[in-house]
Design a protein around this ligand. Structure first.
Ligand SMILES: C[S@@+](CC[C@H](N)C(=O)[O-])C[C@H]1O[C@@H](n2cnc3c(N)ncnc32)[C@H](O)[C@@H]1O
Length: 383
């Protein structure tokens, strides 16, 4: 089967690595997506185990059209009864860029009619459309004369793991937090600290990675479970295989935040993920924190200053830089922020730069090597 895993901009490479390690073949990186091949087990595994996929689509048909009618005729010939029945509800997501259609809505309507008409002719019943909570979500992609019809096997986006129920200020998308950790190369063999942890997304995703806990474990359901050809025995077997790989945590993972409410939210989310014995959180100003270990990884997603005045945000970033230099020697620090001016106030030269999208905000994800003693000079202070 040809499968397409969608992701966030900048996470394509780490997602392709995840899929390869799960057994995907013929992997190709696309824009905000990874295309690959695999069997039904691979489809279930990609949904249950990948940390950076937002959804996994299964291609049903790829074809070319010369007229609008071609779309209707070919879509009607698809054996929809393999996936749904006449009482299933369905929705269409259409992305269309073609001279044959002025409007994505019209192309989507054509696909909807072709499905409904096929069932009416075969069973006398037309399945109903439900855009809010459909049993089956069909994706239509038309580029010029090239059409791809796919099924969304995930249902709700995969970043909605299910453990995060409490959050206040600008929580990170769970898939983005996992992607940041995977880009950093952190793999649970050295301590990790997030001293601006907000609702705790980075520490929780870190503990899931370190303990090899599949992120799908917390979800109530996946889209493919409503398909007619759903193989529940196979899915149970895959879940058991994945859960058998879970290990104990070997390093310290900690978080802190200046806001008591954020720490309270973290505690709720950590508990929801069953990680209360793995992650320690406390209320503290980053300026008062000293490194809990000789070496480790520090990862923060500080406020971007969208709601703070520029002087305050500059001083927050300058203080953060000072604390990194004088309190975290021996560590590797990673900072995600959309505020490029404020990032200059950190006063350290990054050794790696990545561009990631956090919602609509284009962010820099920067690495700083905080050397001990004389090696510190290698980390030249910016003018
Ligand atoms: C963008 S939020 C982090 C969101 C978090 N990554 C999440 O997923 O929920 C930034 C956090 O930095 C915290 N913060 C700001 N200044 C701080 C300081 N000096 N020390 C510790 N935390 C601070 C804020 O309270 C806020 O929770």
């Amino acid at each position: 089967m040809k499968l397409i895993a969608k992701t966030l901009f900048g996470l394509e490479k780490v997602l392709s690595d995840e899929l390869r390690s799960l057994g995907a073949v013929n992997i190709a990186i696309a824009n905000r997506a990874v295309i690959f091949e695999g069997n039904t087990g691979m489809l279930y595994r990609a949904n249950y185990c990948t940390r950076t996929a937002l959804s996994v689509l299964m291609q049903v048909k790829e074809f070319r059209i010369r007229t609008k009618e071609d779309l209707y005729t070919t879509c009607k010939s698809i054996q929809w009864e393999n996936f749904m029945h006449s009482k299933s509800t369905f929705s269409i997501t259409a992305v269309v860029n073609s001279p044959l259609f002025n409007h994505s809505g019209y192309a989507g309507l054509t696909l909807k009619d072709s499905i409904a008409d096929r069932f009416r002719e075969k069973t006398g019943i037309r399945p109903s459309v439900n855009t809010a909570n459909p049993d089956i979500n069909v994706n239509l992609h038309i580029s010029g004369v090239n059409v791809t019809v796919s099924l969304n096997s995930s249902g709700d986006p995969l970043f909605k793991r299910g453990y995060r129920q409490a959050f206040a200020e600008a929580p990170l998308n769970e898939s983005l937090a996992a992607g940041m950790l995977l880009i950093s190369g952190w793999n649970g063999t050295e301590p990790l600290i997030d001293p601006m942890c907000g609702s705790g997304t980075i520490p929780v995703e870190a503990a899931l990675i370190a303990r090899k806990i599949p992120p799908g474990r917390f979800r109530k359901s996946f889209g493919f479970q409503k398909w007619n050809n759903y193989d529940s025995n196979l899915f149970q077997q895959i879940k058991q295989e994945c859960e058998a790989g879970i290990v104990d945590l070997k390093v310290r993972i900690s978080g802190s935040d200046i806001a008591q409410e954020a720490v309270n939210n973290s505690i709720i989310n950590i508990r929801n993920a069953g990680l209360e014995n793995d992650i320690a959180v406390e209320t503290a100003d980053f300026n008062d924190i000293t490194a809990p270990d000789n070496k480790g990884t520090l990862m923060i997603n500080p406020p971007y200053g969208l709601r703070l005045n520029p002087a305050d945000i500059d001083s927050l970033y300058a203080q953060t830089g000072t604390r990194l230099k004088h309190g975290f020697e021996g560590y590797t620090a990673w900072i995600l922020s959309s505020n490029r001016e404020a990032l200059k106030r950190i006063g350290l030269k990054p050794s790696e730069k990545h561009v990631l999208m956090n919602g609509a905000n284009e962010c820099m994800f920067l690495k700083y090597d905080l050397y001990h003693g004389s090696q510190k000079n290698r980390n030249s202070i910016q003018s």
